[in-house]
Design a protein around this ligand. Structure first.
Ligand code: 5GP
Length: 217
């Protein structure tokens, strides 16, 4: 019995050390590949609206090395900025029109945290390739989910066709309009294992309220 207790204590301690190690070194366990719906980004943006680009297609927000214990960590690791012309299509800055600064920010905040696996070039190429592999705008359109000022959808209405197309469960992120209280579909997240090669199910709880009607416009 005493032996069992001390083994258990050892395991708990080892796990705690492992978690601390992950949080402190900036390591990650998996990737979140986040695509945004620009009209929602712009509608609820605090940046000057004359620079908004409400493109009618999902574009990349970022490829985020993530941990299950704290999905937003690690961040702000060291690195250098880089730009590629094809990202102007897949990864535009839809809020303030400064693509390079947006990429630089995403690389510095997120990309540098997975630099041991993906160098800067690989990080941006992989992101673009993932974006190219599934066209969310088209997947939703084929399921008759098209931007509408009046129609509302459930979480599963939107997730189902994406899950069918990709074979994996995505995550939806919504933003609430403070004035109208409407919940807007903002981002679709794909999850990838450590190497960013194999897509996996996202298993976090959704950021789209509980059973609320979702607007997509
Ligand atoms: P994160 O830094 O966690 O990747 O994303 C959060 C920030 O990205 C927010 O401040 C959000 O406004 C910003 N963001 C999302 N989309 C865009 C965009 O298209 N352009 C710019 N400049 N910022 C964006």
């Amino acid at each position: 019995m005493g032996m069992l207790k001390s083994s258990l204590a050892f395991l708990v301690l080892a796990f705690a050390f492992f978690l601390c190690f992950i949080m402190s070194t900036g390591s990650y366990v998996y990737f979140q590949f986040v695509q945004q719906w620009p009209p929602t980004t712009c509608r609820l943006s605090s940046k000057p609206s004359n620079q908004h680009r409400p493109l009618q297609r999902f574009t990349i927000h970022g490829l985020w090395p993530s941990n299950y214990s704290n999905p937003r960590k690690p961040s702000n690791c060291n690195g250098s900025p880089h730009m590629r012309s094809k990202l102007k299509i897949s990864w535009p800055d839809v809020e303030s029109g400064n693509d390079t600064r947006f990429w630089e920010g995403e690389w510095n905040k997120h990309g540098t945290c997975s630099e041991e696996r993906l160098n800067q070039m690989q990080y941006f190429e992989r992101s673009h390739d993932i974006w190219m592999s599934y066209n969310i705008t088209k997947i939703l359109k084929n399921a008759s989910i098209i931007p509408s000022a009046t129609q509302k959808w459930t979480y599963s209405d939107i997730v189902s066709p994406i899950k069918t197309a990709t074979g994996r469960t995505p995550l939806l992120r919504c933003k609430q309009d403070k004035k109208t209280q409407l919940l807007h579909l903002h981002e679709v997240v794909f999850c990838f294992e450590y190497n960013a090669l194999k897509q996996i199910d996202c298993n976090r709880t959704a950021g789209c309220g509980n059973q609320q009607a979702i607007s997509f416009q």
